[in-house]
Design a protein around this ligand. Structure first.
Ligand code: AMP
Length: 194
């Protein structure tokens, strides 16, 4: 591919965020953040994720991939929202490091402002009790590192039977770090069809 072509592809998406039909609270946050045009990974991933399709996305850090999976997930949960049951998140995001889950959690907080969506970050190295209290209250989106998630599942504080969105961020790094058994165990607890 010539350099000229590559550049044309990167700058090709002309969609605006209006096109996705996001909830107005999300649109307000998008405006507040100063996002004008979706990045290529957002352009390609948002509609399929909103439609409930399985998707594997590959994009560099800094390409807007967090928004590409978080925005359609928040949007899906806003529609027909019912308060989540204790210990039963509706969407699960796993990522390999504490820093990464905190970063995703912060992003979700920002973009679910003004919506009924509740999210929680659980990572190792933090006390269990506050996490368990929030899990009991009921949360929509759980963001976790694999190890701590499995601890909570083992003690019955996370139950995945009502979870129908499963996102693995930096899946390649998760495998490099040896999390394959944990990922398989988590996956086996999800609804059938995943
Ligand atoms: P990420 O690749 O998810 O780590 O995102 C990198 C940075 O780009 C973050 O600061 C995002 O807030 C920002 N960002 C994501 N999507 C857009 C967009 N469509 N327009 C402008 N900035 C964006």
């Amino acid at each position: 591919m010539t350099e000229e072509l590559a550049e044309e592809q990167v700058s090709a998406p002309a969609l605006t965020f209006e096109k996705f039909g996001f909830d107005k609270a999300i649109m307000k946050s998008i405006k507040n953040e100063g996002y004008e045009t979706p990045t290529p990974i957002q352009d390609m991933a948002i509609l399929p994720v909103m439609g409930g399709f399985d998707l594997m996305g590959i994009a560099q850090t800094g390409s807007g991939k967090t928004a590409a999976f978080c925005l359609p997930t928040i949007n899906k949960l806003i529609y027909n929202h019912v308060k989540p049951n204790p210990y039963k998140p509706k969407a699960l995001i796993i990522a390999p490091t504490r820093e990464l889950v905190m970063q995703i959690g912060k992003f979700i907080d920002q973009f679910s402002r003004g919506t009924p969506i509740k999210s929680l970050v659980v990572a190792g190295g933090q006390p269990y009790q506050p996490q368990i209290r929030k899990l009991k209250y009921g949360i929509d989106i759980l963001i976790s590192t694999p190890g701590r998630l499995i601890d909570h599942m083992g003690s019955g504080n996370v139950k995945l039977e009502e979870c129908d969105t499963f996102i693995l961020d930096e899946a390649d790094r998760m495998l490099d770090m040896g999390f394959i058994d944990e990922v398989k165990e988590i996956q086996s607890n999800l609804n059938t069809g995943h």
